[in-house]
Design a protein around this ligand. Sequence first.
Ligand code: UDP
Length: 406
Amino acid sequence: MIARVAFISMHTSPLRNPGEGDAGGMNVYLHELSTTMAAQNVSVDVFTRRDHLRLPETVTVAPGYRVHHLQAGPPCALPIEWQAPHLEEFSQALLERLEAGTALPDLVHSHYWLSGWAALEVKERVGIPMANSFHTLGRVKDATRRADQSPTHPMRIATEETLISSADCVVASTPFEADDLMDHYGADPTKLCISPPGVNRTNFKPGDQAAARRRLGLGAGPLAVFVGRIQALKGPDVALAAVKAARERIPDLRLLVVGGPSGPEGKREMEALRAAAAGLGQGAVRFYSPVPHDRLGDFYRAADVLVAPSRSESFGLAVAEAQACGLPVVAARRGGLMYVVEDGGSGWLVDGWEPEGYALAITKVLEDEELRAGMSARGVEWALQYSWQATSERLLELYRSVLFHQ
Ligand code: UDP
């Protein structure tokens, strides 16, 4: 029986709005999972770094779901790449807070390598078992990073290796991530568990396209959308170049880009994207600052196709959400996207990152109404397999088996 779980998310809080900076799928994951587990009568405490002076020590988000802000480094926003020097302080604050609580958690589940480092300290010093989810892996990112991007810092790779061999369990989102853990890090398969994330069907469900367009002030005509943080890893440059190429056959095709800059080169990436967009002509590309998560569904419902040419992706929540709204997707044949998309069913997977391949797939989807309707219906069906309730139940089962083997 699991009564209490601690989630560690040092670098970003589940209370942050996703879509820019270091807030994305992991924030959504933590918030949805905590909400769902707490509703199943598991007490969930999330520990994150205090990134604002005026944040209270603890926020009760819902009965049984609390977010704790720990002092580690200056109480202001810090980019992810500046957080490693504050790990010691964060782990110390975490240990103190856990020991001061009414009861220790049954298990600590950490998210991303930084938090894994802190959770391992807890495991070694207090003896609480730990599971870790990486969400992204340095070596996997490096395998397909764009040529102008810097390689992952060796400290991250070394910590990932330590965590993979020392955690009681490593949670992968898909069988492809499990393969990556074994191929790139030699992970012990008996320590791996696969648990895909879910989709919130209150926010992401099919709906009337014309009504969604009216609400967003978008007119008629073929429409592609890109949803994600603006950084080379997510491939917004490829999405834009693909739409440019597809406009040779479909001249009135437009692209919506939803999301803000992320990472050290995010601003530069955004500027390059805006410059490339200007080359497509007035009104061809519209940029949106991050859209609140519960209002994003209208973008998926308004569009005709989602373009997701990520260079690396452990799952791809935006792609799952789009399908749940009945939006066909054109995505990279890479990582979790190969699991999230039913190739030829809910969308198309494209090899590599040459824009022409994506342009061809976009054109196919847009020019064939019957195909598009079929993909839309199949996407809704396909996305039904992703549910936070199922994610939560699977993880609780995993936690029980970890405790059983202690
Ligand atoms: N998102 C959002 N508003 C935006 C852009 C993105 O709410 O303007 C959310 C999106 O709905 C998804 C998450 O951010 O749930 C991105 O997750 P994904 O797995 O696609 O990418 P990641 O950020 O993990 O790389």
